[in-house]
Design a protein around this ligand. Structure first.
Ligand code: PAF
Length: 321
């Protein structure tokens, strides 16, 4: 039976307008820590800022991958778009970043953030393009401290003979072998089983990492060695950024900066409350070390860094005000 024209018009008006399907582009960002962590805070702030700025045309998916080297490789070959990683394994891709991994290079957080935000840090980001990567923005992991299950560490001699998990980073490994430890490099994904099984006695990481990963459950002693600053970085696939319009790329860069601010704010907050929290969870904490004694013990390693890294850059960083 034929519908009258009036009836057909009424039916058409009653139908809700079908919304045109929104074509969304997905950007996957991997990072090695729980979502409720300083990296999670950075990635989430980026996601919110960019999705808002793009009017929902981009969907940013945050995933955990606690093997940083693997995640960087995935960005390089383009199977994921971005990673937030410490510089731990980054020197194996962009060797110049190893200069930033030298122990006792940065006086404090303000010094580290200042250098990374200065021309020095920006030039370093520029080095990534030659390696098929884009260094987008510096984020932060924080100053690293030593934990172990054997004994209280008060002086460099207490480190002698400890099997310490380090990142896959030759600068850090050299420092620990100089102190007489047995550095054992491995991905973060392998750390907790290695501590549980006694393959290693200790590890070193910033307070936010120790808290977020409950390392107090497998480590008894914490010493606030602050022996090295651990920068983090957002690295993305260059082809993905090239595919964006200039306006979207600019919005992505702004969102990345918002991510870096949120990440740094969370590091500061976690550092302020974390030591007390770890004490509450049962760790013994040595808060004061003789930093000069550690630096003296590291003298042979420092001499090697001067030779094998960029001595002029190291001086520029040390003298930065
Ligand atoms: O120790 C490491 O491997 C890193 O500090 C970590 C925890 C993966 C964060 O970048």
């Amino acid at each position: 039976m034929k519908m009258s024209r009036r009836l057909a018009l009424a039916a058409a008006l009653a139908l809700p307008m079908a919304a045109p399907a929104l074509a969304q582009t997905q950007i996957t960002i991997q990072h090695p820590l729980p979502l409720n962590s300083h990296y999670g805070a950075g990635a989430t702030a980026l996601k919110e800022a960019f999705e808002r700025a793009s009017g929902g045309r981009y969907n940013v998916v945050i995933q955990r991958n606690d093997n940083e080297r693997e995640a960087i490789e995935s960005v390089q070959i383009g199977t994921i778009e971005c990673v937030v990683t410490s510089t731990g394994p980054v020197g194996n891709f962009v060797p110049e970043t190893r200069n930033l991994d030298v122990p006792f290079l940065f006086r404090d957080t303000a010094h580290a953030r200042g250098v990374l935000d200065s021309e020095i840090g920006q030039q370093m980001l520029g080095r990534f393009s030659a390696r098929g990567l884009t260094g987008v923005v510096w984020m932060e992991n924080g100053f690293r401290h030593l934990t172990n299950s054997r004994r209280e560490v008060n002086a460099p001699a207490d480190i002698r003979g400890l099997k310490v998990r380090t990142m896959e980073n030759q600068v850090h490994m050299r420092a620990f072998s100089t102190l007489g430890a047995l550095p054992t490099p491995m991905a973060f994904s392998e750390l907790v089983p290695a501590l549980q099984q006694g393959t290693v006695d200790g590890q070193e990481n910033p307070i936010p990492v120790i808290v977020a990963n409950n390392l107090n459950q497998v480590q008894r002693h914490l010493t606030l060695t602050g022996h090295v600053y651990s920068p983090a970085i957002l690295i993305c696939n260059p082809a993905m950024l090239q595919r964006m319009s200039a306006a979207d790329r600019a919005a992505f860069m702004e969102a990345a900066k918002a991510g870096a601010s949120a990440n740094r704010a969370r590091v500061s907050a976690d550092e302020a409350s974390g030591v007390e929290e770890l004490r509450r969870r049962g760790m013994t904490v040595v808060t004061q070390i003789d930093s000069a004694a550690f630096q003296t013990a590291l003298a042979p390693a420092f001499a090697e860094y001067e030779r094998t890294l960029d001595g002029a850059l190291l001086r520029r960083i040390r003298e930065w005000r």
